[in-house]
Design a protein around this ligand. Structure first.
Ligand code: ADE
Length: 379
């Protein structure tokens, strides 16, 4: 994997990258960290890259052109451009996993008061913050992201289990760990860990994880409780919901909504994020999944048009519908165009409710859906 970092201070990046696990990963060719100086792309004879802000105000702003030229020269086509800014989406393990799937990413670091908005509009795909505080520049944030992403690249940790194991224990903090000596400052290593018996060690570790999460991160603990309840419910219909249970077990899915007998699972497939709706009524023709709040429902049938709740049959969000090789009907064409226009404008959930068998089949073909499932698509 290649990580480009566009910055005014490439040495900051290089100095961190040459140490420890990142340094080894670079040496062994598992990752490339390419720190590039934006100043080299200045078209100014004094190599200036900043200027005063229109409208006044304190501080200078990085100019659009050097940033644009730098990005265009360095980043491969299709490389995601991540701008690190306190105004971005909070960085998370999930985001790191998403970035780690890319062959190349480009991280853009701002300085001074930031970067001219116009170039951000043209090149940035992801706005990311590493926390609710303001740093003097984006370099440390870029390295936090680089480090979290790099360790997920296969072979970087040397033992790909280490990254894998965590995803099984999502929403729980790690249990306490001990090494030699067995007694230190009168504190002994817990007997359970000395037993050598996984049947004793594993439950002890789980219990400590739960205790610690409850005490230190009550927000995560709440999510853990809900997830556990939801998974237990899904397990009670194991055969029906294997399509949701398996990815959950592998850490490739998460439960994003749970209420009695209604669960929405988000599966992370290679290209797409797919929502699976698991409901009590497993009849394929029942409109039973009143699950998603605050969405726009689009339907050929007036009676389903609504705002606020999704009476789900198929739900598409953000993902534009593909044009089929051969247009099947004018109606399908118009419906797709209308959905795509709405999807381009809106970021809200976009729901299609369709009770017409023929049309359902058509959408299934276009979207590659499975006929007996209720699916929600998101980019
Ligand atoms: N640049 C300055 N502060 C930042 C933050 N909190 N996160 C990401 N980038 C930043």
């Amino acid at each position: 994997m290649k990580i480009n970092v566009l910055t005014l201070f490439p040495e900051m990046i290089e100095n961190i990258a040459k140490e420890s696990i990142l340094g080894k990963a670079i040496e062994n060719g598992h990752i490339i960290i390419n720190a590039v100086n934006i100043r080299e792309f200045s078209n100014n004879k004094h190599n200036r890259v900043d200027d005063y802000t229109y409208g006044g105000g304190a501080g200078m702003l990085m100019m659009a052109e050097p940033v644009y030229e730098c990005y265009k020269t360095v980043a491969g086509s299709g490389s995601r451009c991540i701008y690190v800014t306190p105004q971005g989406h909070p960085f998370s393990q999930k985001m790191a996993m998403d970035f780690a799937k890319e062959e190349e990413i480009t991280i853009l670091c701002g300085h001074y008061e930031g970067i001219d908005e116009r170039v951000l509009e043209e090149i940035v795909t992801d706005y990311v913050s590493i926390g609710d505080y303001v740093l003097t520049g984006g370099e440390l944030a870029a390295m936090v992201i680089t480090d979290a992403v790099a360790r997920l690249v296969p072979e970087v940790l040397g033992n790909d289990d280490s990254a894998e194991i965590e995803s099984f224990h999502r929403n729980l903090l790690e249990y306490p760990q001990y090494t030699r000596p067995e007694v230190w400052h009168d504190k002994a290593v817990p007997d359970e860990l000395l037993s050598g018996n996984p049947k004793i060690i594993n439950p002890w570790r789980l219990e400590k994880s739960i205790e610690r999460t409850k005490e230190r991160r009550p927000d995560l603990y709440e999510k853990y409780l809900v997830d556990t309840k939801a998974i237990d419910w899904l397990k009670s219909f194991k055969r029906e919901f294997i399509f949701a249970l398996e990815p959950l077990r592998r850490g490739e899915a998460e439960i994003i909504h749970f209420e009695d007998g209604k669960i929405l699972v988000l599966k992370d497939l290679n290209e797409n994020k797919v929502y699976e709706v698991c409901t009590e009524s497993k009849k394929p023709d029942g409109i039973d999944a009143k699950l998603i709040k605050n969405c726009t429902i689009y339907s050929t049938d007036e009676k389903f048009k609504d705002e606020g709740n999704a009476f789900v049959q198929y739900v598409y969000t953000e993902k534009l519908m593909k044009k089929p090789e051969k247009e099947t009907s004018k109606k399908a064409f118009l419906q797709r165009e209308k959905m795509n226009q709405a999807l381009e404008k809106e970021e809200t959930f976009f729901v299609l409710v369709n009770d017409n068998d023929e049309e359902e089949k058509l959408f299934q073909e276009q979207m590659g859906l499975y006929p007996s499932r209720r699916l929600v698509y998101i980019k």
